[in-house]
Design a protein around this ligand. Sequence first.
Ligand code: DX5
Ligand code: ZN
Length: 220
Amino acid sequence: MSTTLIAPSILAADFANLQRDIEMINASEADWFHIDIMDGVFVPNISFGMPVLRDIAKHAKKTIDVHLMIVDPDRYVQTFADLGANILTVHYEACAHLHRTLQVIKAAGMKAGVALNPHTPVSHLEDVIQDIDLVCMMSVNPGFGGQQFIENTYDKVAALKALITKKNAPTLIEIDGGVSDKNAAQLVQAGADVLVAGSFIFKSSNPTETIKELKDIAAR
Ligand code: DX5
Ligand code: ZN
């Protein structure tokens, strides 16, 4: 049986009832908190920043997985470590010196993740995969929740899984964007280890049940 992890994306939570939604995740079968930080430059949207993450971290009782959609993320690595991030993911497309950035993230005591935009080939990670704890495979163009899943993702996941196996790397594969009951099983079959889901969980009538539903699909 697979042990796929479920990471609800806080971007789809009710920010006026954030503590309620955090406690819902704490009490659910979810594994991680997925936190999307957007700067309005790398992506055409601004989400929320440090003060909100600080307050989330006060209540969150599970791994805090921070996805930075910002330019020049090196500037804030220590800040996010201090705020309580356990995993810090930077975009491949935002890092001129990715290998160095990964070492800086690890030196700050966090797991190091790399996100790939839908147009970025998996092969670009060939020479750095052994240094990556998590690849966040974008299955939508980053910037917004509630977008449609890009079908080409299945092939990319399979290619990434093959690269990880070939290099005997410790890397987890996370899928981010448009994840639902329609694609979860096929993603896990292709090699996904972590499923991020925002709208599918928070727009459902019973988010706790929806998390359980995803967890059950992913365990098949
Ligand atoms: C998109 C974010 C995602 C987003 C997923 O830029 O990185 O984490 O919150 O939301 P859904 O599941 O609604 O596509
Ligand atoms: Zn994300």
